[in-house]
Design a protein around this ligand. Structure first.
Ligand code: HDE
Length: 720
């Protein structure tokens, strides 16, 4: 019997390296010293009813281990889930970089990718309005390269020195530890209202990007500008992008809040189940390349992490893909203990002077020392490079490697001079020899001072529905504040982004639109802070960037979409079966939901297995609903309040709904409006608005692929 096995990334080399792992193919339960255990049910006592003896080393070992099973959670990005996979290069980058894994098309590099929320604790909900971490560890033959990014291309602050302040402000307030995994509270918005540079990122965080439908349907960004360096020591700037093959999709905010109650593990489960069912998530990997001589040609500074380079100005070139095809074997050993670090680079990849990136380069090793207990965290299997490690570092807590020999210093003769330094031609890392000739100052470049024009660009680039959701998000978040002055300051700041946006938010909050210039200056901390939000009134050329909207990323596929089929006994088994098959053939997953678990019986007496009852299923965790024919089934559903609620909610959240035959009678008992009424127009499906009544299954499939019919939010309001 297999009892435990330490897993390392699925790669022969890695397995070889994991020499000191435990591969205990033993039939017997043992202590940690390998002693076979005879009784794991009773502790050692003085008599059957007697006191427990201190001598019981078996009990003490077990409980002591248990007492120490938790390690400090990550200060940020504590809640995460991860998977193994590979990166496959399709376009050689040899012109720009000497990084080996980016040379030959077809090269596969093993990866381990961890997604996370930022603010919540380990046990918090997946569906919090938050930024998502998107961290990829590439186990390249030249050492590990970590691309530690987010699902948004910019960040809240420009300088690392403000990071502890930002995080203290967004985390639960320190006096009462409220609220968990939420930015809708005074301290966060107080910080934002006094930090104009955050405005661009705030627009992203208030958009639906902050509530993804699935981790498999989010973009990823390296955020900072990095450098590629080629064999001739020529460098270009580079921004990294991940583009999900399934498109970028989100849920509705009302839905997100409900999912948090119905299934707090929604994203984690979705990722796990997709991989288990062989639907491996995929992203295209892209780069934006900027030649060194073009560094200053933009109307923003490419070192400023609150700015993106619009794809219309520098296109994203797709150079490969990432496929996640294996779930971790053990959450703690892999997902929890993985240690990312933006400073883990390989020869050919280097840093820019982005002051946020520069600060991160210190922080990540430092945090692992306390989180993983010492300096040897690189020896934990998930963190080990596939490239061999030879150096003179020794000892420390939990050292795994047994180094042999006398010498642990350089230079040496006692060890024959080993290990040797590598020349650049041998793959030795040489930092890019950028010329730096400057005064030592605590200051920020004037070129960082345009805090609003890209926030405006983002807002202008959104679809109408996306814009409305941003307005609602501001109303929600600011509506939760207790201090009115903070609310006003934020709305004042919004006028610098878009006057109409500010007016709409103000209306929802029942306040007038404040004059930003006047009061923002007054309220600014009088501490000589050099940040003056008005310093630059930039007028960028680009007014709209289509790439910033999710609306254009709808893909023609329903692969992995979850479809609920509501039924009761008396259902038309053929109608149900045909739809189930058609949807599954198209790659979707279906679940039959009824009032009880077990089986329902079709019109012609066949048993149909029920997957979930209304008690455990909720429309918010599905993408679409189907109600099959069958008079008795429809009548029974009409009497089922949960079934009516299910449909109403699916309708409210703008999902595709289909019904056939008598199933329509049940739809008629809900608040769903489906009759074409002129104003009830859908995005791509003008006749149906996503409600398919006695329509062909192909139309239903097309509707599911559209993801949502946001138009309904205007015309199809239902209480749910
Ligand atoms: Fe992080 N960040 N960060 N961060 N970050 C951490 O490292 C930090 C920043 C990001 O799945 C910590 O191992 C500083 C930007 C991800 O394990 C910590 C600054 C971006 C993850 C840390 C930033 C990120 C982290 C906490 C400002 C997007 C999760 C635990 C200078 C480009 C990685 C840990 C995982 C984790 C520090 C800003 C992404 C404390 C000081 C910008 C995806 O070291």
């Amino acid at each position: 019997m297999k009892t435990s096995k330490t897993q390392v990334p699925d790669n022969d080399k890695l397995n070889d390296l994991a020499k000191n792992t435990v591969d205990a193919e033993s039939e017997f339960l043992t202590t940690n010293q390998g002693l076979r255990i005879n009784d794991d049910v009773n502790s050692l006592k003085a008599g059957e009813r007697g006191a427990t003896l201190l001598e019981d080393f078996q009990l003490r070992e077990k409980i002591t281990h248990f007492d120490h099973e938790r390690i400090p959670e990550r200060i940020v990005h504590a809640r995460g889930s991860a998977a193994h996979g590979y990166f496959e290069l399709s376009e050689s980058m040899s012109k720009y970089t000497k990084a080996k894994f980016l040379q030959t098309p077809g090269t596969r590099t093993p990866v381990f990718t961890r997604f996370s929320t930022v603010a919540g604790s380990r046990g918090s909900t997946d569906l919090a309005r938050d930024v998502r971490g998107f961290a990829v560890k590439f186990y390249t033959e030249e050492g590990n390269f970590d691309l530690v990014g987010n699902n948004m291309p910019v960040f809240f602050i420009q300088d690392a020195i403000k990071f502890p302040d930002l995080i203290h402000a967004v985390k639960p307030e320190p006096n009462n530890e409220i609220p968990q995994a939420a930015s809708a509270h005074d301290t966060f918005w107080d910080f934002v209202s006094l930090t104009p540079e955050s405005m661009h990122m705030i627009m992203w965080a208030m958009s639906d990007r902050a509530i993804p439908r699935s981790l498999r349907m989010m973009e990823g960004f390296g955020v900072h500008t990095f450098r590629f360096v080629n064999e001739n020591n020529k460098s270009v700037f580079v921004k990294f992008h991940w583009k999900p093959v399934l498109g970028i999709h989100s849920v509705a905010w009302d839905e997100a809040q409900k999912i948090s109650g119905k299934d707090a593990d929604f994203h984690r489960r979705d990722l796990w189940e997709a991989i288990e069912s062989g639907n491996f998530p995929e992203w295209n990997f892209g780069v934006q390349i900027v030649e060194e001589q073009d560094e200053f040609k933009f109307d923003f500074d490419i070192l400023d992490p609150t700015k993106l380079i619009p794809e219309e100005i520098v296109p994203v070139q797709i150079i490969g893909k990432m496929v996640l095809n294996r779930n971790p074997e053990n959450f703690f050993a892999e997902t929890e203990q993985v240690a990312f670090h933006p400073g883990h680079v390989v020869s050919g990849i280097d840093f820019s002077n982005d002051p946020l990136l520069q600060g991160r380069l210190f922080s990540y090793t430092d945090t692992q020392l306390s989180r993983l207990g010492g300096p040897n965290f690189h020896e934990i299997p998930i963190n080990r490079p596939t490239a061999p490690v030879h150096n003179n570092q020794r000892d420390g807590h939990m050292r795994q490697t047994i180094n042999s020999g006398q010498s642990s210093y350089h230079p040496n003769t006692t060890g024959g001079g080993c290990p040797f330094q590598a020349k650049a031609s041998e793959g030795g890392f040489v930092s890019y020899n950028e010329r730096i000739d400057a005064r030592k100052v605590r200051a920020r470049s004037q070129s960082f001072f345009d805090h609003f024009s890209q926030a405006t660009l983002f807002f202008n680039s959104q679809s109408e529905a996306e814009k409305n959701h941003i307005v609602d998000a501001f109303r929600f978040e600011l509506g939760k504040l207790k201090v009115a002055a903070i609310r006003e300051r934020v709305v004042g700041m919004l006028t610098k982004v878009d006057k109409n946006l500010a007016a709409k938010v103000a209306m929802g909050l029942g306040i007038g639109v404040p004059e930003p210039e006047k009061f923002l200056n007054q309220n600014f901390p009088a501490d000589g802070n050099p940040i003056d939000f008005q310093s630059i009134d930039a007028k960028p050329e680009l007014k709209i960037s289509k790439a910033l909207s999710m609306a254009g990323t709808v893909k023609d596929t329903i692969k992995t979409r979850q479809i609920a089929i509501l039924a009761a006994s008396g259902v038309d088994g053929d109608s149900l079966g045909a739809m189930k098959k058609a949807l599954e053939d198209a790659g979707a997953q279906t679940k039959v939901i009824a009032s009880h678990l077990g089986f329902i019986v079709s019109e012609n007496g066949k048993q149909i297995k029920v997957d979930q009852s209304f008690l455990t299923a909720a429309s918010v965790v599905f993408d679409a609903v189907y109600v099959p024919d069958g008079a008795k089934s429809a009548a029974a559903l009409k009497d089922e309040a949960d079934a009516i609620h299910f449909i109403n909610e699916a309708y409210k959240h703008c999902k595709a709904i289909a019904a056939s035959g008598a199933g329509v009678e049940f739809i008629d008992a809900t608040d769903v409006r489906y009759k074409p009424s002129g104003e009830n127009k859908a995005d791509k499906n003008p006749d149906t608005n996503g409600v398919l009544i006695n329509r062909d299954v192909k139309e239903f499939i097309n509707a599911i692929a559209q993801h949502r019919f946001w138009e309904r939010e205007k015309t199809g309001k239902v209480p749910a």
